[in-house]
Design a protein around this ligand. Structure first.
Ligand SMILES: Cc1ncc(COP(=O)(O)O)c(C=O)c1O
Length: 457
């Protein structure tokens, strides 16, 4: 716990020899040497030994300020004392994974207070499962088959949404009617045909497509801010146009707030935009770092999950890990800490990060667009004012990867090439250091450190 930091945050030429050696072993047991795509990092992942607050420590004795935060969940940072003691208390209770506890009700009530549109909800382990459960409810409620998602949106790893997450420029079709492009999976045509792809932040084109498919369309899945495409917020008009068109045609509007939930304020994207969705999907930050997701919405829709109300045709939704006692305790501690001042701190830091980065790229005269909301931010190396998935995709990705790579030498750990996440353990000084280091690296044009040549994972 109190191991001294062997490396100051302004690191120069750090060594990664032990991570490299572990990666060589990992290559013999895992494809690409990693347990999943999000662990991959070029040319090899950094093996971590400990995390505390906003700090990470690796096997080579390097210390970093963490702007990846486990791809978003650690909104209070690592080892927050309230989460540690809440989880320890549950471990002491020895409850099984399926135990029904008061905590389950309490966390649901807390979420309802923050997002009143979740009149009824259910907890699950992952966002992927929550998205699929929402689709299943929407299909039953509407009796329709098709689902719609936006180009550039990521909704987890089920086949039906692994469509047009990112696509090569020559395959993506017209901007106003994007083609269905399977995302690194072999998608049978029959399955792909059930997913309609909509253009993001183009209300006229998206509404026209929705109207064209309206009689067969069960659900429109929408991220209030494209997350992994690079923190691209929706415009207010766009969100409201989508709400209107779906309501007019009896289509379920589901906001996927796996990334925006609790990060764009406690009310999530729906609070920010003042929109009331039919269903909402939550994940990541809701568990404070432990696996937890939820979906919920209008009572009348969620009632399709009730075997009492619909004994013959209720929608089945369950799982061995449906009670998640440790995760619920961590989630409650997380939301309480956010309510007790954490949220305000995060929102201030988010502004500081985006403003600081905007100043840097303006001073350097770099055609760069800084995006994000709440405690999320991203840099797009492009002259475009990034609003769509395509504008984000067409930015210089090699350059943002090089930047993140080079920032390691300044003791800063990013999700390589992806958006930055903030936590309540970050300080203004952390943000200022990140901004100053970004300026220093960009001045040298984002050159990669000599030990770790930049290769996309
Ligand atoms: C917007 C969004 N929806 C759904 C998911 C899937 O969540 P999980 O990785 O917990 O399955 C993600 C994951 O990154 C996400 O960003």
């Amino acid at each position: 716990m109190n191991r001294p930091e062997r490396t100051p945050f302004a690191v120069t030429a750090p060594s990664f020899a032990r991570s490299q050696a572990l990666h060589a072993r990992a290559l013999q047991v895992f494809p690409d040497g990693v347990g999943g795509y999000s662990q991959a990092r070029a040319p090899h992942p950094l093996y971590l030994t400990r995390a505390e607050g906003a700090r990470l420590y690796d096997v080579d004795g390097n210390a970093y300020i963490d702007f990846m935060l486990g791809a978003g969940p650690a909104i209070l940072g690592h080892q927050h004392p309230d989460i540690v003691s809440a989880v320890q208390a549950v471990l002491g209770e020895g409850l099984p994974n399926i135990a029904v506890t008061e905590r389950q009700v309490e966390l649901a009530e807390t979420i309802q207070r923050m997002m009143p549109s979740l009149e009824r909800l259910r907890f699950l382990p992952t966002g992927t499962e929550a998205v699929q459960a929402a689709i299943r409810v929407a299909r039953r409620a509407t009796g329709r088959k098709l689902i719609a998602k936006f180009e550039g949106a990521y909704h987890g790893q089920a086949d039906n949404v692994m469509v047009s997450v990112a696509a090569p420029a020559d395959e993506r079709g017209p901007a106003a009617a994007p083609a269905r492009v399977p995302y690194h999976c072999m998608l049978p045509e029959e399955l792909a045909a059930l997913t309609v792809v909509l253009p993001y932040n183009d209300a006229d084109a998206a509404c026209a497509l929705i109207e064209r498919h309206a009689k067969d369309l069960a659900i429109v899945l929408m991220e209030p801010m494209l997350g992994f495409a690079g923190a691209v917020p929706a415009t207010r008009e766009f969100v409201h146009a989508l709400r209107d068109v779906t309501a007019r045609h009896g289509i379920v509007l589901a906001l996927d707030e796996v990334i925006t939930g609790f990060r764009v304020g406690l009310g999530g994207g729906q609070g920010h935009y003042g929109v009331v969705p039919d269903l909402t999907i939550l994940g990541k930050a809701i568990g404070g770092g432990l696996p937890l997701a939820a979906f919920g919405g209008r009572a009348e829709l969620m009632q399709w999950l009730s075997a009492t109300a619909h004994p013959h045709d209720y929608v089945f939704q369950s799982g061995t890990y449906s009670a998640l006692p440790l995760s619920l305790a961590a989630g409650l501690a997380t939301l309480r800490a956010l309510e007790a001042g954490g949220e305000a701190h995060l929102l201030k830091l988010g502004e500081r990060a985006r403003e600081g980065l905007r100043r840097v790229v303006a001073d350097l005269g770099l055609p760069t667009c800084v995006t994000g909301l709440g405690s999320l931010f991203h840099l797009h190396f492009t002259a475009a004012d990034v609003r769509s998935a395509r504008e984000a995709e067409d930015a210089d990705h090699a350059k943002i990867r090089r930047l993140h790579e080079a920032l390691l030498s300044h003791g800063l750990y990013f999700y390589a090439g992806r958006l930055g996440f903030l936590c309540t353990a970050h300080t203004e000084a952390d943000i200022d250091h990140m901004v100053a280091a970004t300026r220093a690296v960009l001045l040298e044009d984002g050159g990669a450190s000599p030990q770790r040549p930049s290769v996309a994972p």
